[in-house]
Design a protein around this ligand. Structure first.
Ligand code: GLN
Length: 253
């Protein structure tokens, strides 16, 4: 059910985040430990977004499994960055497989990812979608639940909502319209990362000058902490805040 990762801290190579750890995101693409909600591997594409020297993020997305991409190892060796959002995808049954459906979704400084599924798609959320500008619906990256969730979060960000509010409000409204949905969202602007836990796993590792959020810990470092379900996480390299999401019921099956 997709796996994602965000890193904020001193510059590191993409290789150090994506390939080198014993349970790296690349390994999680073919041997994930926690695939609650279905699926066995995350082979329906991947994406990596990073921030070169404070500039707007660069994105590399593909519909191929991350392990088979011929360009990524070299790119990962050569790219040094202090902020990353990366994801590997296991497409929900019935949803298309192409690069546009792979996270991260992006606008301006923002990068976004979703682990999970919107139940009753698309009927359950048709009314929520109707609150978006028609242009946003016509320019979705893909006809998928994740792309619509990004449009809902982005709409709130554009209206001036703080990132934590945009994520929390979106999760609450989608859970109300589509109970049982799994909505682990992840959003960053390269300085702060916000995540929700609603039906899927998430762990946080705060080091002295860096922070990592990941669906699955990428190594056995005891600093990884599981985030309780139903939480909102706000993280910077300086600290992590976990508060209750106070949402409706997320999926458990
Ligand atoms: N439902 C989303 C998709 O199909 C996310 C999938 C997932 O988390 N496995 O892209």
């Amino acid at each position: 059910m997709c796996r994602h990762l965000a890193y904020l801290g001193p510059p590191v190579t993409l290789r150090a985040l994506l390939f080198d750890p014993p349970h790296s995101l690349v390994r999680q693409s073919w041997a994930p430990r926690d695939m609650r909600g279905g699926g066995t591997v995350n082979a329906d594409g991947f994406g990596v977004g990073w921030y070169p020297d404070g500039a707007a993020p660069v994105r590399y997305r593909s519909a191929q499994p991350i392990w088979s991409d011929p360009a990524l190892p070299g790119l990962a060796d050569a790219t040094v960055t202090g902020a990353v959002l990366a994801a590997v995808r296991s497409a929900t049954v019935g949803m298309p497989v192409h690069a546009g459906a792979a996270a991260p979704f992006a606008e301006g400084r923002w990068l976004f990812s979703h682990n999970g599924v919107v139940r009753g798609w698309p009927d359950s959320v048709t009314e929520l979608a109707a609150g978006l500008p028609v242009r946003d619906l016509l320019t979705l990256d893909a006809p998928t639940d994740s792309a619509l969730l990004w449009a809902l979060v982005r709409h709130r960000l554009r209206a001036g909502a703080p990132p934590a509010g945009a994520v929390a409000d979106t999760v609450r409204s989608v859970l109300a319209a589509a109970p049982g949905s799994r909505l682990n969202l992840l959003l960053t602007d390269g300085r702060t990362a916000v995540a929700s836990t609603a039906g899927h796993a998430l762990s946080v590792r705060a080091d002295t000058d860096a922070v990592l959020l990941a669906s699955e810990p990428y190594d056995d470092d005891p600093a990884w902490r599981p985030v309780p379900d139903g939480s909102l996480v706000e993280a910077t390299p300086a600290g992590v805040r976990v508060t209750p999401l106070a949402a409706g019921r997320a999926g458990t099956s």
